[in-house]
Design a protein around this ligand. Sequence first.
Ligand code: 13P
Ligand code: SF4
Length: 350
Amino acid sequence: MLDQIALRAELSDHYDLSPSIEIAETNAHIHARMNRVVSPPDWAIFAPYVAAINKLKAERNAVILAHNYMTPEIYHGIADVVGDSLQLAIEATKVEAEVIVQCGVHFMAETSKILNPAKTVLIPDSEAGCSLAESITAEGIAEMRARYPGAPVVSYVNTTAEVKAASDICCTSSNAAQIVAAQDSDTVIMTPDKYLAQNVAKQVPHKRIVWWDGACIVHERFTARDLRDFREGDPQTRIIAHPECPPDVVAEADFSGSTSGIIDYVERERPTKALLVTECSMATNISDALPEVEFVGPCNMCPYMKKITLENVLWSLHSMQGAVEVDPATAAKARVAVERMIDLSRRQPA
Ligand code: 13P
Ligand code: SF4
């Protein structure tokens, strides 16, 4: 990968990326999806990138799969599919285009490659990691198996291909309780998110759940105290928390679910005020479609998700660099764990 200066020079040799009111106006229909959160001057900066990416995407026969935590100019401007981890994994299996650009973090790109190995899967920044994925290795899984012999290992998709390959089945935040409940064992090992495991333990009380000591650096920072203060200040506020938050935080919430579960809840309930206890882009991405909802309260930024920018997406498609590779033997084992999860989710909808 070139350094930032060389990369910019190379891009500007091939594309006119200077702010343009003309390109902004030609693409006003795209801006209309994010009018409230992207100002006209910002749109004049983004529009040349959005136009160049959308053109190049067609030339390269590429699709962009984007997570719900992407910034609005990515989420509304260039994504072909948006969703939570489970939805993006399922969509990856259906891609017919030759190239997938994963606007999300590295484990998501790896999951796409595992599920659709014939495709070129590009990640615009290989440093887009995840504190959960970094918290455990395949040796950690072996350690848990030695500590709890015979117990199945349910690993969150926020893990590397090696960890998935060493696990029995994967789960995401939208199906974790369902996957754990379906395990034919009284004891179930959940890795690597201790908070997700503790939240699932409340939903599946007949199982003994043991967990790895990992956490998401974005969600572990919220406190129950913050949420209580908010509710006391305005009892009308609907509090909606991601299950990567600590259990005492989730206990203060009116609803807890995956990122898409959170969006569905707000679209369905349309509360006057909503506090989304999760990453900041969630509220930004849905606020144009839900003008009657006021989004309030603290949110935290994921530094890994925010590594994905219009500039590095354009660079990926231009250079075709940053292809994710997974060792075929590891991928084959990891695919079993991910496909088991997808099959089980389909058989028993949550
Ligand atoms: P979702 O599967 O709910 O989108 O979560 C992914 C993630 O990384 C949340 O922090
Ligand atoms: Fe990982 Fe947390 Fe960022 Fe999601 S929000 S990618 S779990 S660090």
